[in-house]
Design a protein around this ligand. Structure first.
Ligand code: UD1
Ligand code: CA
Length: 453
């Protein structure tokens, strides 16, 4: 028995009021459609087929070759959307699970239960569809599930087409179905256009029951089939997803002091015994080691942080910290910053596109850009690399054991040799050899050394 999945993602998403296609709006670090695709991947035996239409290039760019794409050139409804997947799937899968792309909270286990129901019922023959249903007081625009006196599912009626009596029904169609593949492709052409000019996938239920094929339902947890139609829904779903993500980390040994104020993307990894204090935003493919202290109040984007690091009140983007290094309060690591082991960065420091070697200290008010800094270098308060001359970014090189006095300005390109030192307030415009002390503006060595230049 093989299972294929189809994700419908061609719609406009008008109520998002956005230039961006609805399915690409980010949700806990992944685009909306990615959540459903990821769930589909876990239950299907082949790549999911995503039906694209509105904004298709953008969706394809996002999902790449994880999925196959069926194009729906004209948006003629959910039934028409599934027809586009036929060339990919006819004769290739026993069951076809159809999902709408705007249901990010749906969990794998729920789909597995639906598949299990399908398989168990199929043994009794003439099974066309196993579908999820939900029962809840707020019908939120859902189609209604119509049952006969024997309690069997007969039809789904869209809210706009309901009689007043049908409108009162609280068993609703979340739009998640497992079809008998052969039956589906055979009967899909029988759909008729609705009054709205659309082919409703939901009409397949009535087509089945009118042929005496069976449709069975399974109650899903209502909170999982939450459809995103506007940005208030996006925020509400984000809250649920974040809670799930935080709980996963906590069960895996991460301390999260206040989950309600901790925002961790689905893509982030965190090691055991790390503590996340309130007000942290951990984003993208960030990886954090074990025994770290993160927060309070940090934003960390696409960073790799080694074991035993500490990050307080700081912003880190596309940067790397090796084991035992620390930053904050109020530090900023920008793209390409790399702190070696046991580096200490204190208040109001910024590092960009630079490596700071093991044991280096940069305690207060410094900027280091486009530099390579050796081991055990001391950057006193206010040290600045003047890396930009108005046209080019220039490199600064500080060898091991360099000691820079407070307020040293390093006018790049410039390099200082092993153990070189500067006095407070130096403006260094020329290279400094190993072990030499320079000071002043521009910085010079004592006379005796100048003669040897
Ligand atoms: C649909 C169901 C309704 C169900 C509800 C649950 C139908 C006819 N109705 O209504 O019974 O209660 O979902 O949310 O199926 N799409 C396409 N191509 C199209 C039209 C839609 O790919 O031509 C995609 C959309 O991108 C979306 C999904 O199908 O992901 C559902 O479409 P939507 O217009 O939101 O359907 P609803 O009116 O909500
Ligand atoms: Ca919808």
């Amino acid at each position: 028995m093989t299972t294929a999945t189809v994700v419908l993602a061609a719609g406009f998403g008008t109520r998002m009021k956005s230039q961006l296609p609805k399915v690409l709006h980010p949700l806990a670090g992944r685009p909306l459609v990615d959540w459903v695709v990821t769930t589909s991947e876990s239950i299907g035996d082949q790549r999911p087929v995503v039906v694209v239409g509105h904004g298709k290039e953008l969706v394809q760019n996002e999902l790449g070759d994880r999925v196959s794409y069926a194009e729906q050139a004209e948006l003629l409804g959910t039934g028409h959307a599934v027809m586009q997947a036929e060339p990919f799937l006819r004769g290739k899968a026993d069951q076809v699970v159809v999902l709408y792309s705007d249901m990010p909270l749906l969990q794998e286990e729920t789909l597995r239960s639906l598949l299990a129901l399908y398989r168990q019922q199929e043994a009794q023959g003439d099974l066309a569809i196993a579908m999820l249903t939900i029962t809840r007081d707020d019908p939120q625009g859902f189609g209604r599930v119509i049952r006969n006196d024997a309690g069997q599912i007969q039809a789904i009626v869209e809210e706009v087409d309901c009689t007043p009596a049908q409108r009162e029904i609280r068993e609703l169609n979340p739009g998640i179905y497992c079809f008998n593949g052969e039956w589906l492709w055979e009967n899909l052409p029988k759909l008729h256009k609705s009054a709205k000019g659309e082919f409703y996938l939901t009409d397949m239920v009535e087509i089945a029951t009118s042929q005496n094929w069976r449709v069975v339902g399974m109650q899903a947890p209502p909170e999982e089939v939450y459809g995103i139609n506007d940005r208030t829904h996006l925020a509400a779903a984000g809250k649920v997803l974040r809670q799930r993500i935080n709980e996963q980390h906590m069960r895996a040994g991460v301390t999260i002091v206040d989950p309600a104020s901790t925002y961790i993307d689905a893509t982030v990894r965190i090691g055991q015994d790390t503590t996340i204090y309130p007000g942290c935003h951990l984003q993208g493919n960030t990886a954090i080691g074990i025994d770290c202290e993160i927060g309070p109040n940090c934003q960390i984007v696409e960073c790799v942080i080694g074991d035993g690091c500490r990050v307080h009140h700081s912003v880190l983007e596309y940067a790397r910290m090796d084991r035992g290094s620390e930053i904050g309060p109020f530090g900023h690591l920008r793209k390409g910053a790399h702190l070696g082991e046991d580096v200490h960065m204190g208040n109001f420091g910024e590092v960009k596109n630079s490596y700071l070697g093991p044991g280096t200290k940069m305690g207060h008010f410094s900027y280091v850009g486009d530099a390579t800094v050796g081991r055990n270098v001391n950057l006193s308060a206010g040290v600045i690399t003047c890396n930009y001359d108005g046209e080019n970014k220039n490199h600064t090189e500080l060898a091991d054991d360099v000691f820079l006095g407070s307020d040293t300005l390093l006018v790049a390109p410039v390099s200082l040799g092993v153990g070189a030192r500067t006095g407070a307030g130096s403006v260094v415009t020329r290279d400094v050899p190993d072990g030499v002390l320079v000071y002043g503006v521009p910085a010079r060595a004592p006379r005796i050394q100048n003669e040897s230049d």
